[in-house]
Write a protein that binds this ligand. Sequence first.
Ligand code: ADP
Ligand code: MG
Length: 461
Amino acid sequence: MSLSSLRASPMQTPDWDQIKKAIREQFGETVFHRWLEPLMLKAWGAEVMLALPTRFMKDWVEAHYAGRLTTLFRNCDPAVEKIRLIVENTLSAARPAAMTSAPAHEAHAPSAAPQASGLDDFSSPLDPRFTFESFVVGKPNELAYAAARRVAEAGSVSFNPLFLYSGVGLGKTHLMHAIAWHIRRTNPLRRVMYLSAEKFMYQFVRALRFKDTMAFKEQFRNVDVLMIDDIQFISGKDTTQEEFFHTFNTLVDQNRQIIISADKSPHDLEKVEERLRSRLGWGLCVDLHPTTYELRLGILHAKAEAMKCAVPEKVLEFLAQRITANVRELEGALNRIIAHSQLIGRPITLETTQELLQDLLRASSRRVSIEDIQKKVAEHYNIKLTDMHSPRRARAVARPRQVAMYLAKQLTTRSLPEIGRKFGGRDHTTVIHAVRKIEELRGGDPILSEDVELLKRLLQS
Ligand code: ADP
Ligand code: MG
């Protein structure tokens, strides 16, 4: 089917009844009846024009369902780029003020203010930027990526649940949205529900308050894929946990796919009931590791390209080296320098970057880790990383190890015993000794002194 013919000839508009059926399937009865049934198709093409009878409905649908509708239409016809909603009140002239004879959907609308309709759609909106295509894969996240892809592509349940965990800003939410987008695109009839644990709790507490837990449960009845983000949020919230546990079990029993994310492994989730913790660990658990330099650089390249902005390689390398905490910060830094250069109309340079990101750089330099130090020092002296932990006392490894301990004391807030532990379980007195030794040597050994300065700059500046 050629796209242009579709646009040229209204005769080829896809079967609207069929599409409505798909909408009904995807959004469920409640949402459909309340908001989407009244949709009228006005034009089909790159822009699909749809009419709704009231302004209120139009705004509501625009805010809550436009993204999913677009995806669904695009699935019917790849020529669709966006949708436009208009208000067309076929009744306006004749409508009496009291609305006694308004059609069913009209009767709903005025009472269905956002607060009152909380139970009609639990799904949180998906970020259109979070797709598999925009996810940069590297060693630290390749396993999580592969598992997410597998779940997204599988027609049936693969691992149940898929449990993704990591520190903040490393891509859990991104992967979850990517799964949802993928399923919505390739299989629009599968109902995907994505929501934060916080929202799950909020909805549940509301349902309790309004004595409407049946409607709450009903929401999950037809879900094929349930994703709950940041499950650690329900730790310590006993009734919510209980309800979640039931929802979880019911869906697993019905062979529905569940995907969970958290900031820790199931085992480490404190204040979560033991039976739930163990249940969460039944499927596949994968963690996203902290980023490596290579991954950070890869992400920066991808983002700069996506923003169609030529950022000098030197600047990208600098950012990848210095902003190590997580991807969110990395992105933030890149956005900032791009925005700045566009605003003042000057090219990005290393100098402006350094100046612009002063605060960020200072903050991230405070977060140098002992592992980073060990790695850099080992690289610099060309010894094995394991020598940092080994009992070997040969000068060739002992001196670099002392340098690393010295830097750990200087650049981190770790205590002496903590530092000792990280160096193969050494005593804190060994650390004190190392620190004194290096201080002493720096006075009389310019080469060592220079080495230490260089390493320090590399690690923190
Ligand atoms: P989390 O949920 O683990 O806290 P997010 O998924 O919200 O982290 O990621 C934070 C930001 O970093 C998002 O903007 C996301 O797109 C981006 N991001 C994280 N990992 C990657 C990656 N591998 N490739 C591209 N962008 C990434
Ligand atoms: Mg997240």
